[in-house]
Design a protein. Sequence first.
Length: 149
Amino acid sequence: MAGIGRSIGLIGLATSCLLVGALFLLVFRKGYDPGVVNGAAAMWGVAYVAMGMLAYVTIHAAAALSHPPRRLTVISFLDITFSFVPVIVCAIAAFMWTEGLIQLSNFQMVVLALAFVATMLDLIFFALVMYFSPHVESKPEKPAAAKKA
């Protein structure tokens, strides 16, 4: 059973990293902006990104649930480390935008806000699962001779 949990954690980690990377590349490549000329296209553009971010949080939540509670393994360390990457990207982009180093469209600013909220939810859920879940200790088996007595 531990192998299945480890596999779910690795698959969740890889999938969520690929998903958030693909979303950032889609939104921040040159020339992609649904604009506000067609309001429906703009709304659907934001909705697709929001659905992708919800999928990211869901996949990472499943990966967090596969980790043993209150024990930091290599996979859980990588999971929490890679969870900080979108937050750092959002913070750098927001800083660069406020300093005038880059120009962001309204769509890109909304995507940054969605990404920030999604990753913060991911980090909060990870912390709740890893650090506040009850630690279940297995009771040692009694020897067969002690059971008969």
